[in-house]
Design a protein around this ligand. Sequence first.
Ligand SMILES: *Cc1c(COP(=O)(O)O)cnc(C)c1O
Length: 230
Amino acid sequence: MNAQTIGARLTEVLGRIRAAERGNGRPDGSVALVAVSKRHGTEAIRAAYAAGQRAFGENYVQEAMAKQAELADLAIEWHFIGRIQGNKTRQIAEHFSWVHSLCDPHHARRLDAQRPAGLLPLQACIQVNTSGESSKEGLAPEAVADLLAACAPLERVQICGLMTLPAPAQDEPGQRRPLRALRELRDRLATPDRPLAVLSMGMSDDLDAAVAEGATVVRIGTAVFGPRPV
Ligand SMILES: *Cc1c(COP(=O)(O)O)cnc(C)c1O
């Protein structure tokens, strides 16, 4: 996909987000876009950057490190959205602003210890399994309170909200159920000290449903960059 096409697709996605904000009575700009660039090359990232995009999401540490080295001239905000492996926490702590996929207190403590002093605290979302047995991704909803408690003393990792990656659903009610479940879980767990303001949910196929259910961050790959190369 050439640079012009990526720019046009990005504009279209931002228009969809804006329309969904307005359609659901939400303020303009209340939903942020993370452009998911996994398996796409650095030219694709440069094209989206040239069109104004600054936040990019990557799933694989090794792949992300190589891209970050090539793109060191750009002021990109990097989001780690993939499965966390215990032996990769240092690279995540050193090279990302955000991690969306925290589900283990050991990982949280390692990230906290490994976050370099010169950087702002690592912003984090706890990944929740809202799809029951049809998904193995994320923490069971009833386990989230314990992880929040384990993270409360950490100073270099800040829990900002919740994230979910629902099992694909064909119809809109099926799409909305897990998204609503994440919002309701957040509403139950939020306190004045820990508002959990961020809801990271919504991908190319369920973007509109996610904004309707209260997403504050959508993670969009295919709709911006086209199908991922195999
Ligand atoms: C790949 C991926 C996305 C983007 O998915 P698209 O359907 O391409 O928009 C979002 N979130 C996570 C966690 C992903 O792995």
